[in-house]
Each structure stands twice: as C-alpha cells, then as structure tokens.
Write a protein that binds this ligand. Structure first.
Ligand SMILES: [Zn+2]
Ligand SMILES: [Zn+2]
Length: 124
C-alpha cells in the first residue's frame, strides 16, 4: 500500500487544529464545506495537501498566505492561497464562518490599487 493510499483513508476524519498564524483553536466542522483547510479568522492555511483537497500528500508544510478571492461559475467564492515556502498556488472553497471582513478586503484589493487611473475607464 502506497503512502498516498494510507493517507487518503484518514481524510474522512477531520481533526481540530490550531492556527499557526493567529493561534486560534479551530474546530474541524466547518459550515458549508466538508473539509476545512484554512483558519476562519486570519484565512491562512498550511501546505499539507498535494493534488486533492485533504490528501495531506504535500511534504512542504509551510504557511500559505491568502492572496486573492476568485468566483466560480455558480457564484461560490474561492480563496487563492500561495505557499510561503515553495510558492505553489492553491484554490480552496471558503467556509460559512470565514472572516467576512478579510474576504472582502482580498476581493477589493485590486480595485483599491489599480494599475492605471480609474477615471481612464470613463474615456473608453
Ligand atoms: Zn488564523
Ligand atoms: Zn509549499
């Protein structure tokens, strides 16, 4: 049995964890998602999964910074995490108790720091 198979078997038992970023004790149950993989308070994550959410197959383990929000076709918000160790990007569904203020700040960040004057749009 490969290492991956063994780890896949354990993914159905989500365990509570402590956020390494802000120290919050995080319950495993998350409203709106079966697999919580980031802190609902500061939104930081850890690079544990490889290809599949919950597979715990990554050897990295470094902190993953929430850098952006994306929206899927069905309107669901997705967090974009970037690993501070290896630079990998990851997409993660948001949970119902994720910090709405931080999510909104991520969502409006590009508009708050436009790469061109916004009044340019009026002249297009
Ligand atoms: Zn946190
Ligand atoms: Zn990494």
């Amino acid at each position: 049995m490969s290492r991956n198979q063994r780890q896949r078997g354990s993914r159905r038992v989500p365990r509570p964890f402590r956020c390494r970023r802000c120290g919050l004790d995080i319950p495993a149950e998350a409203p709106g998602t079966a697999h919580r993989n980031h802190c609902p308070s500061c939104l930081w994550s850890r690079h544990l999964d490889d290809a599949t959410p919950g597979d715990r197959a990554a050897d990295c383990g470094a902190a993953m910074e929430p850098i952006a929000v994306s929206v899927r076709g069905d309107g669901e918000w997705v967090l974009v995490h970037r690993c501070s160790g290896c630079g990998e990007l990851d997409l993660n569904r948001i949970a119902g108790d994720d910090n709405p203020l931080l999510l909104t700040r991520l969502a409006v960040r590009p508009l708050a720091q436009p790469p061109f004057p916004l009044d340019l749009l009026a002249r297009l």
